[in-house]
Design a protein around this ligand. Structure first.
Ligand SMILES: [Mg+2]
Length: 333
């Protein structure tokens, strides 16, 4: 079986002899001063999984390849841009950094396997910060059965940044792209959206279990995860596929957080559902026959058909028998 090497610089080079004195999540031995290297700690906490031939502790990790397609993606989150360290629990932030990458693998129809994690830490309390962030990283890794195979840690005079590179796999015939939707396909979303800023955005639930189920039930023609807003991400899927969307806007499931937020935000619950980001639900297209099958026989999966793809580009809704254009809105990077 082929193996391949992945490298960002491995953690050991940067944290070979780090002394820890105040790290709360390492079991305290009352009689001894706590002196452990962060690397040794990480090695102990990162489970060895079979895909990792050689993990933390060398110049690069060696990952076992497979007959399936290799998926890779990376996403970075930065203090002051994607979270606020003074306000948000750093374990939640670490969890989010992994989960958003898992969601991108889910959007491709794949299974996440292995992550490389790069922490860029403000110099003050760097080790403590790394430890807190890693609590969430390891929690997400356990939840999605991921190996943490390596990464990099460095310190500087700047805000905390967490970059995760995720490797995953998918069968070639189950690879979901943004570009595969055909005119007349059903458009579905996997759950209610809007108002994630109330807290859900820090603990996203990437739809990995649902993806596995759907692969065995239907042929998904195109997919994207909702990171920047339902309408913006749907517009991206449509643009990639060269189609438009005719929506039944009353069928868009609105999250209770969007309803609660609308009471104080000055925007309607629908507007939140339409344009809020970081729901990490999936937008999927498939034949109407497949969508009907899901509705009739697998309604417990909780998918909602919100419209269908059409030849005319753009997002549309029918209003008094006329088509009305809906502007996509969401978070632009
Ligand atoms: Mg995405």
């Amino acid at each position: 079986m082929p193996s391949f090497l992945v490298s960002t610089e491995n953690i050991q080079q940067y944290f070979p002899t780090c002394r820890l004195t105040t790290f709360s999540s390492i079991p305290q031995n009352k009689s001894a001063t706590l002196e452990l290297s962060f690397l040794a700690y990480l090695r102990g906490r990162c489970r060895s999984l079979p895909q990792v031939h050689l993990g933390i502790g060398d110049d690069a990790a060696a990952i076992r390849g497979s007959d399936r397609l290799q998926l890779s993606c990376t996403d970075q989150i930065i203090d002051g841009v994607d979270f606020i360290s003074a306000k948000h629990d750093l374990a939640d932030v670490g969890y989010k950094a992994v989960a958003i990458n898992v969601s991108d693998i889910a959007a491709m129809g794949g299974d996440p396997r292995t992550a490389l994690v790069t922490l860029t830490l403000p110099r003050t309390n760097a080790t403590q910060t790394a430890g807190h962030v890693y609590e969430g990283i390891l929690e997400a890794a356990a939840e999605y059965n991921l190996a943490i195979a390596g990464g990099d840690i460095s310190t500087y005079e700047g805000p905390l940044a967490i970059s995760v590179c995720m490797l995953g796999e998918v069968e070639e015939n189950h690879l979901w792209r943004r570009s595969g939707a055909k005119e007349g396909d059903a458009i579905l979303i996997t759950g209610p959206v809007g108002g994630s800023i109330s807290g859900r955005h820090l603990r996203p639930k990437p739809r990995i279990p649902l993806v596995k189920t759907l692969r065995s039930l239907v042929s998904v023609t195109a997919a994207i995860d909702i990171s920047d807003g339902l309408s913006l991400d749907l517009d991206r899927l449509c643009a990639a596929s060269g189609v438009g969307a005719e929506l039944e806007t009353e069928c868009i499931p609105i999250h209770s957080d969007a309803v609660a937020l609308s009471e104080t935000s000055g925007r309607s619950a629908f507007q939140h559902a339409w344009s809020d980001g970081e729901d990490f639900e999936l937008i999927l297209t498939m034949s109407q026959a497949d969508a009907d099958l899901l509705r009739q026989e697998h309604s417990h999966l909780g998918l909602h058909q919100i419209g269908k793809t059409v030849g005319r580009t753009g997002l549309w809704k029918k209003h008094e028998r006329k088509l009305e254009r809906l502007p996509p809105q969401g978070y632009m990077h």
